[in-house]
Design a protein around this ligand. Structure first.
Ligand code: UDP
Ligand code: MG
Length: 341
């Protein structure tokens, strides 16, 4: 049996200063863990510096390197999706271009995957020396807020740095949603996923490509893709207001019965309080329907079958994804051509 092909997928935006060192370190890692069976995919996400020229030059020298140029800046998660779509590996490593996540951990990840029989080994940030106090604090708060707002078990303090199997990747690629929060989508897939704790380094060169605006959008995508709590706020408020309005109505009627309220006050107050509660409630009801429409629009598989055992040959599920079926039908890996999808 041939050894599995390892793909290393790297989204790059204005990373010219990092590329040469990144390529050298990835090549060393690829050679040590997979001898000839590795490929590196650099995805140029509309960089405005020399990144693409450098990628072309590196790819001309190195048959292991595939350079992909996107038409414009599509954002980290979509650049990563492009690379994942085009890679051919049986095992896939996702890593940033700035060397904050040490590529040398690939060996340990492969070993852990084998030992644990896992489909995903994800890097768990034990420390993040290279990140600003502001970034650390907001990330810390954000991952905990997200965890409280969703049922999906999205691991805390984890980026996209991870190793995954082809069958897990194929399920990920079968999710056609537009707003992609990939670390959450991978968690959603299921199978066995295990953490590998590591210390995050400083950026090798240049500045973060995630200014505050992009960070906020990313957080918003995550929250709205994995939680309908914000949509349901109105229905919670409506419910609370309905109970509250009962008390207020009692108070208003008490004033009216004892003749203490000014003329007209009772009727105006009753209309305001009751209508307010009804409106909130109806808004909340709409939120519930919009939430359902939204989750339908995401078109995720309804479930994913990991294995079936016993009995006669069973049909492939129609509404869900059968992981082995996807794994066998698509991208066998190492075929020497780019997949057509
Ligand atoms: N990136 C990208 N497109 C963007 C922004 C970032 O492909 O629009 C890449 C970037 O080149 C890097 C990765 O996404 O490889 C993570 O970005 P960065 O390291 O700047 O984020 P940080 O570590 O500061 O959160
Ligand atoms: Mg970084």
């Amino acid at each position: 049996m041939t050894s599995p092909l390892v793909s290393i997928v790297v989204p790059c935006f204005n990373e010219a200063e990092c590329l040469a060192t990144l390529h050298a370190r990835l090549t060393a890692v690829g050679r040590s863990v997979a001898s000839d069976g590795y490929e590196i995919l650099f995805v140029n996400d509309g960089s405005r510096d020399d990144s693409w020229a450098m990628m072309e030059a590196l790819a001309a020298e190195d048959p292991h390197l595939v350079a992909v140029n996107l038409s414009r800046n599509h954002g980290h998660q979509l650049a990563l999706t492009a690379g994942l779509d085009l890679c051919r590996g049986d095992l896939i490593l996702i890593i940033d271009a700035d060397l904050q996540d040490p590529p040398e951990l690939l060996g340990a990840m492969l070993e852990m995957m084998r030992r644990e029989g896992a489909d995903v080994v994800y890097g768990l940030r034990r420390s993040r020396a290279g990140d600003s106090a502001f970034k650390r604090a907001t990330a810390h708060g954000f991952y905990r807020l997200l965890a409280s707002a969703t049922d999906v078990d999205i691991p805390l303090d984890t980026g996209d740095f991870r190793l995954m199997t082809r069958r897990a990747l194929n399920v990920l690629l079968a999710m056609p949603e537009q707003a992609r929060f990939i670390r959450g989508m991978v968690a959603w897939i299921g199978f066995k996923q295990v953490p590998l704790p590591y210390d995050r380094d400083e950026r090798f060169a240049g500045n973060s490509k995630y200014p505050i605006g992009k960070m906020v959008r990313f957080a918003f995508d995550a929250l709205t893709s994995f939680s309908s709590v914000p949509l349901k706020l109105a229905s919670h408020a409506g419910l609370a207001l309905s109970f509250g309005s009962l008390l207020i109505v009692a108070y208003i009627l008490y004033g009216w019965a004892t003749g203490r309220s000014a003329p007209g006050w009772t009727s105006v107050m009753l209309v305001v309080v009751v209508l307010g509660a009804v409106q909130m409630f109806v808004l909340g009801l709409m939120g519930e329907y919009i939430g359902r429409l939204y989750s339908q629009a995401k078109q995720r598989p309804l479930y994913i079958v990991q294995a079936v055992t016993g009995g006669l040959e069973r049909p492939t599920p129609r509404l869900g994804q059968r992981a082995d079926a996807i794994a066998n039908s698509d991208n066998p890996g190492g075929s020497g051509t780019l997949p057509s999808r």
